[in-house]
Design a protein around this ligand. Structure first.
Ligand SMILES: *Cc1c(COP(=O)(O)O)cnc(C)c1O
Length: 407
C-alpha cells in the first residue's frame, strides 16, 4: 500500500500501513532500520529507487515521510532531526531577508527564540499577535511584506485556541501562507490542512513519537502550495532539507513510525485521563483556574470543538497561593515526573515560568508565575489524581508554613 492509495482509509489504518509494505524479500512486517549512509549504484548514476546518499533520502525516513503525509492529508512530508530543525527549514525555504512573519503571542518558547534570535539577525521581520483573536492577526499582517503567518493551536502553556479556518482566510487574502504547528493537538485530533492551512509542522518528539525516547520533527505540505515567490513549496523544502541537512536518522525515523501506529489509541486515553484530571482540579480548593479547551467556559471552546476531534492531553492550572505554591507542587509529586517536554505515555508536570518558558521572561510572551502545566499520560487516572492531591496538599502546607514564619 502506498501513501496515495491509503488516503481513503481511516486514520489508524493509515497510521499502521501508509508507507510501510511488508518487506518484498523477507516478508518482514515491521519496517527495516536502514542503517546505511550510501547505496550501491548499478553503474554510475544507476540509483535503485532513487537512493543515492542518506542525507538526501533513506528508506526508513521515506516510510515515515509517506506515513505522515497520509496522516495529515498532505502531498509530501519531510522528516527532521528535531521540531526546530523542521521549522528552520520551513522559514529558510519559503522566506527571504526583509520578509515579515506573524508569530503567536504564546508561541512555543523555542519557536520564539528561533524567530527573535536566529531569523531576526538574518533579516526576517516579525510581529506578535494574540492568535485567539482573528482581528489581531489581521492587524499584525503587513500587506505586501507578510509572507507567512505562524500559528500554534492549542498554545503552550496557556492552551489558547486559534481559529485555523478563519485565520487561513485572512492570511490568504493577504497573499501569505499559513503554517500550523500541530504538535499539541497531534495529527489525530486536528487536521490543519483540511481547515485551510498550507503547511503543518510537528515536534515528533511529543505525541507522534509518544514514548519520550526520540527527538524529531516533521513538515507536511499541502498539494499545490506555492511560496510567495511562486515556487513549488514542497520542492523548495525538499531541496533545503538536503541542502541544510538537518534530517532524521534512520533509527529516530523508525521510533516515530512505531509511535504513530498507536497514536489514535494513545490520544483517546490521553483525552480520557485529561478530562478526569480537569474535573478534579475544578473542584480543588487550592486551584484558582483550570485552562483546558474542553471546558465550556474556555474563551474559544466553540472553535476548539469545531476543529478538534477531542481536546487533548495538556492541562494547565493556576494556584491561589501563587508562585511558591506552584513551584512546591511541581516538586512534590511522586508519580508525575518533573520535566520539560510532553506527549509521552508517562505523565509530566512542570513550572513554565521557570522551565519551558524561562527564555521568554520579561517579553510579551511571559507566562504567569502561579501556573503549573501538566502533560497527562496514559497511566491509571486514579493514581494520577491521588498523586496530584498529595502534592497540592504538601504545597499548601509549605506555603502556609512560610507565611506563618514571616516576622
Ligand atoms: C517541542 C516543541 C517544538 C520544538 O520541537 P523539538 O523537537 O524540541 O525541536 C516546537 N513546537 C512545539 C509546540 C513544541 O512543543
Amino acid at each position: 500500500m502506498t501513501a496515495s492509495d491509503a488516503q481513503p482509509h481511516g486514520f489508524s489504518t493509515r497510521a499502521i500501513h501508509a508507507g510501510q509494505d511488508p518487506d518484498p524479500r523477507t516478508g518482514a512486517v515491521a519496517p527495516a532500520i536502514y542503517a546505511t549512509s550510501t547505496y550501491k549504484q548499478d553503474g554510475i548514476g544507476g540509483f535503485r529507487e532513487g537512493y543515492e546518499y542518506s542525507r538526501s533520502a533513506n528508506p526508513t525516513r521515506t516510510a515515515l515521510e509517506e506515513c505522515f503525509a497520509a496522516l495529515e492529508g498532505g502531498s509530501r512530508a519531510f522528516a527532521f532531526a528535531s521540531g526546530l530543525a523542521g521549522q528552520d527549514c520551513v522559514i529558510r525555504s519559503l522566506l527571504r531577508p526583509g520578509d515579515h512573519v506573524v508569530v503567536p503571542s504564546d508561541a512555543y518558547g523555542g519557536t520564539y527564540r528561533y524567530i527573535s534570535k536566529v531569523a531576526a539577525p538574518w533579516g526576517l521581520e516579525h510581529d506578535i499577535a494574540a492568535v485567539a483573536d482573528v482581528d489581531a492577526v489581521r492587524q499584525a499582517i503587513r500587506p505586501g511584506a507578510t509572507k507567512l503567518v505562524w500559528l500554534e493551536t492549542p498554545t503552550n502553556p496557556l492552551l489558547g485556541i486559534a481559529d485555523i479556518a478563519a485565520i487561513a482566510e485572512v492570511t490568504h487574502a493577504a497573499g501569505a501562507l499559513l503554517v500550523v504547528d500541530n504538535t499539541f493537538a497531534s495529527a489525530y485530533l486536528q487536521q490543519p490542512l483540511a481547515l485551510g492551512a498550507d503547511i503543518v509542522t510537528h515536534s515528533t518528539t511529543k505525541y507522534s513519537g509518544g514514548h519520550s525516547d526520540v527527538v524529531g520533527g516533521i513538515v507536511v505540505v499541502k498539494d499545490g502550495t506555492t511560496t510567495a515567490y511562486a515556487e513549488d513549496a514542497a520542492e523548495r523544502i525538499g531541496f533545503h532539507q538536503n541542502a541544510i541537512g538537518g534530517v532524521a536518522g534512520p533509527f529516530d525515523a523508525w521510533l516515530v513510525l512505531r509511535g504513530l501506529k498507536t497514536l489514535a489509541v494513545r490520544m483517546e486515553r490521553h483525552c480520557d485521563n485529561a478530562e478526569e484530571v480537569v474535573e478534579h482540579l475544578l473542584r480543588h480548593p487550592a486551584v484558582s483556574q483550570v485552562l483546558y479547551p474542553g471546558l465550556p467556559n474556555h474563551p474559544n471552546h466553540v472553535v476548539a470543538a469545531r476543529q478538534m476531534r477531542r481536546f487533548g492531553g495538556m492541562v494547565s492550572f493556576r494556584l491561589h497561593a501563587g508562585e511558591a505554591a506552584a513551584v512546591a507542587a511541581c516538586g512534590a509529586t511522586r508519580l508525575w515526573t518533573l520535566g520539560e517536554s510532553l506527549g509521552g505515555v508517562e505523565s509530566l508536570i512542570e513550572h513554565p515560568a521557570r522551565m519551558t518558558h524561562s527564555s521568554v521572561r520579561g517579553t510579551a510572551l511571559e507566562v504567569p508565575a502561579d501556573l503549573v502545566r501538566l502533560s497527562v499520560g496514559i497511566e491509571d487516572v486514579a493514581d494520577l489524581i491521588a498523586d496530584l492531591d498529595q502534592a497540592l496538599d504538601q504545597a499548601h502546607d509549605q506555603a502556609s508554613a512560610s507565611a506563618h514564619a514571616r516576622p
